[in-house]
Design a binder for this molecule. Structure first.
Ligand SMILES: *Cc1c(COP(=O)(O)O)cnc(C)c1O
Length: 331
């Protein structure tokens, strides 16, 4: 399937490496564990949002936008990568940050992604937890338009059908790499938040007739809600690219057993997964997304949910800047 008809600008270092993790594979006694290094997309510490921003900002430039506006939680990686992309393209950037964490300490409030947003020159607007953030985004857009600006609004996590194209494209890249490395892709495991990453992988793999499953580990809400979110976005994205065959119901798999007490609230299993992957493979995960998804993958490996000879690719979605916002929890 050809995505060339959609406007896109190059922002990523791609293809990102696809690496085997021999020591983690051995440590867990299988399955065969691979890692797709989307933490290495390159833009201001990298991460998965750079892929979505290639299409989103491609559309923004096509529309003649001069100002990018987006939103997220205080330690949002999406906001940081959007601020970086806007700087790189010479666009102004306003970000709306929501205080979603119940007990923020100094590091959470000022270090990690917040520090980087400041360095990248974004204008930061703070809102209390529970704010209607979509409404706040629209309001900032209206204010900018009233001043004669041409804002381009990006929803939470960049997860609309345009942004999701980034992971439809990533699925093509992944299949090609698996073929080059001579293995059959059995399962893809990924953290699932605003859902564009999982939905894009689902659509991209289906469009290429891959039989690999995509297992999302929910990091922000209950299983049935996250399932609906991924399924709705996958269906909308499939329509958007003109993929006519219906996605089978089993294409969307979500598990929320490793969410813990809620979005960005640390869990013991997350801390354990972050430490083990650091010590066994020298790879840094993040505390909000990939750490919780890896906690799920490790538990499923230990409890035999995968066959030993199956190839499982963990998508490392980035977010390590967040480690510095959770210093007390992790040290
Ligand atoms: C945003 C994010 C995710 C989740 O991706 P979605 O497309 O929002 O589901 C996972 N990991 C990291 C590090 C992220 O920043």
């Amino acid at each position: 399937m050809n995505l060339d008809r959609f406007p896109r600008i190059d922002l990523c270092h791609a293809p990102t490496p696809l690496e085997f993790m021999p020591r983690l594979t051995q440590h867990l006694g299988g399955p065969q564990l691979w890692i797709k290094r989307d933490d290495c997309t390159g833009m201001a510490l990298g991460g998965n949002k750079a892929r979505k921003l290639e299409f989103l900002l491609g559309e923004a430039l096509q529309q003649g936008a001069d100002h990018v506006v987006t939103l997220g939680a205080l330690q949002s990686n999406h906001v940081r990568q959007t601020a970086a992309a806007a700087a790189r393209l010479g666009l102004a950037c306003t970000v709306i940050l929501e205080h979603r964490h119940p007990n923020p300490d100094y590091a959470y409030l000022h270090n990690g992604n917040v520090l980087l947003d400041v360095l990248l020159g974004a204008e930061i607007v703070y809102r209390p937890g529970g704010t209607d953030m979509a409404g706040a985004l629209k309001q900032v857009g209206d204010q900018l338009r009233a001043k004669g600006r041409r804002p381009y609004l990006i929803p939470s996590g960049g997860s609309n059908p345009v942004g999701t194209l980034g992971y439809v494209k990533a699925a093509q890249e992944l299949l090609l790499q698996a073929r080059e490395k001579n293995f059959v892709l059995d399962h893809v495991v990924v953290a699932s938040g605003s859902a564009g990453t999982q939905a894009g992988l689902v659509v991209g793999l289906a469009a290429q007739a891959s039989t690999a499953s995509v297992q999302g580990f929910a990091v922000s809400q209950a299983e049935h809600l996250q399932h609906q979110r991924v399924a709705a976005l996958a269906a909308a994205t499939a329509r958007f690219i003109g993929h006519t065959s219906e996605l089978p119901p089993q294409a969307v798999r979500v598990n929320a057993d490793y969410l813990g007490e809620g979005y960005s609230i640390p869990s013991a299993a997350m801390v354990d997964a972050v430490q083990q992957v650091a010590r066994v493979e020298g790879i840094l995960l993040d505390p909000v997304y990939s750490g919780k998804a890896m906690a799920g993958l490790m538990d499923w490996a230990r409890t035999g949910r995968f066959r030993q000879d199956e190839n499982v690719v963990f998508i490392h979605t980035g977010g390590q800047a967040g480690l510095f916002g959770f210093c007390d929890t992790l040290s």
